[in-house]
Design a protein around this ligand. Structure first.
Ligand SMILES: [Zn+2]
Length: 260
């Protein structure tokens, strides 16, 4: 269902949109920010970038001269849309969805209840990350969906050294679950097996909802200029970063108590 809901044509996307596509026969999704002029800024891991089509995109890309640009040791890359999509379909992530719409999206990694900032700010953050990086790629803690969510909202989870914002792993596990439902319509008939599968699906949806940055209460707005400190990229010792994170938590609690 999500595949139909979020699918867009190239002419429909606008600079500042969070876009994604699927890799490896829908097993996982890859996310980026469309920054205009047919280019996408996205975060890649070493295992993705070792894939020849990304790693050598500047050598084989004929449509954009700087395709595959990245700073040394940075995982943030600017590619042309063609190299980002690799002939796969284009999807647009949804922001500011209601909880009911969120639950209607069977698959994780396609929408959030958090609101997007204006496109100019989103592009500014993406451009900044292209210059300064987004830390080390980690499938769970820090991935391409996290960096796109950050560009769109400026929100960072305070336990960034723990669980990432996106629940990308949920979207990894969401794929087979969705496949089970679509290939076995009889699951809706009462039986112990169908009850177990439906129970797992409900738990998966609730977990995904609780992990959404628009719902979590441990997120805060972080200026892109301060991101290096928050992610511990400025060479400071981990303990200092942890102390800084604790201070951020205290600030956040204080800010909330003032608000309430
Ligand atoms: Zn290209």
């Amino acid at each position: 269902m999500d595949l139909l809901i979020n699918r867009v044509e190239r002419r429909e996307i606008k600079p500042g949109d969070h876009i994604y596509t699927y890799r490896a026969a829908f097993i996982y999704s890859h996310h980026g920010i469309f920054v205009g002029e047919n280019t996408v800024v996205h975060f890649t891991s070493s295992w993705i970038s070792s894939d020849s089509s990304f790693y050598n995109s500047s050598l084989i890309c004929s449509s954009y001269p700087d395709c595959g640009f990245r700073k040394p040791k940075s995982g943030v890359v600017r590619s042309c849309l063609d190299c980002f999509l690799r002939n796969e379909s284009l999807y647009r992530y949804k922001y500011g969805v209601s909880p009911s719409v969120f639950f209607a999206h069977v698959r994780g990694g396609t929408c959030t209840t958090a609101k997007s900032d204006p496109p100019a700010e989103v592009i500014r953050r993406a451009s900044y990350l292209l210059e300064s990086g987004f830390g080390n790629y980690h499938l769970i803690q820090n991935n391409c969906e996290d960096s796109a969510l950050y560009c769109k909202t400026g929100l960072l989870t305070l336990d960034k050294l723990g669980v990432g914002a996106s629940g990308q792993v949920s979207s990894v596990f969401g794929a087979p679950l969705e496949a089970i439902f679509s290939s076995c319509p009889n699951l809706w008939m009462p039986s112990p097996v169908s009850r177990a599968v439906i129970k797992a699906a409900v738990k998966y949806s609730l977990d995904r909802y609780e992990a959404d940055i628009g719902v979590r209460d441990d997120v805060m707005k972080v200026a892109v200029e301060d991101l290096a400190v928050k992610l511990g990229l400025d060479g400071r010792h981990h303990k200092e970063v942890a102390d800084d994170t604790d201070a951020s938590k205290r600030d956040f609690v204080a800010m909330n108590s003032e608000r309430n």
